[in-house]
Write a protein that binds this ligand. Sequence first.
Ligand SMILES: [Zn+2]
Length: 269
Amino acid sequence: MKLTIIGSGDAFGSGGRLNTCFRIEAAGRDLLLDCGASSLPALKSRNIDPSTINGVMLSHLHGDHFGGVVFLLMDGHSLGRRIRPLVIAGPPGTRERLNAALEVFFPRSTGIAWRYPWEVVEIAPRTPSKILGLSVETIEVIHQSGAPSTGVRLSDGHRVLAYSGDTEWTEALVSIAKNADLFIVEWLRAQPRRHWTHELDQAQGAARRSQCAKNHDHPYESVDAGERRGGARLGRTHCERRAGAGAMSARPAKPSACCRPDTSFSLAT
Ligand SMILES: [Zn+2]
């Protein structure tokens, strides 16, 4: 399993970051974990052909996490290159919200004869499912999006990827992170609430090999210390609203501390 950061920014492009989108290559498939509004140009700027994407797994239905699905769908249809099916998985309400977004941005698009098959699979929280050969389990977190917002666990049978989605602190993060090889965690709300990072220790302690970047002021030091002890990495998303890209560029030699675009995490056996 390999994860590549396509976008890790917040909804507002802070620091020039792109909306959330992670590319996961696993089980011979190509999957996007969240697909924010900026994801299509982000994929193309990295020479990733969107028509090769097999599926999208959505944590929740905010535009900076699912808005790009509309453009992904229309790109495959309008440019006429896509033939392979596309699976879009998300929480209950995904089908209705996606249809509404399609109609807002491309009126009558829900009634067209698509050039390729696509389907929406709605996954209820705490209901183990299979998507494109990957085991998937979601759990509801605390984030208002008009539908259940979820944290996501993905496994190819060998490695486990955990993702908090957007949330404030919740015990659900502990079970999401349990035995994970990599835990991607929302960091935007961690900064004004320092105790959040302390509580995150519980989730990190549950993760098999992950260590926590506990302190916003010294994130690299914390991650380095974890890696020296043999721990895997903690990926953070929605990073640095206040500091923006400047905080990243200040220490370019330490890319693993945050979800910098184009950073890859190999979760090979
Ligand atoms: Zn959100």
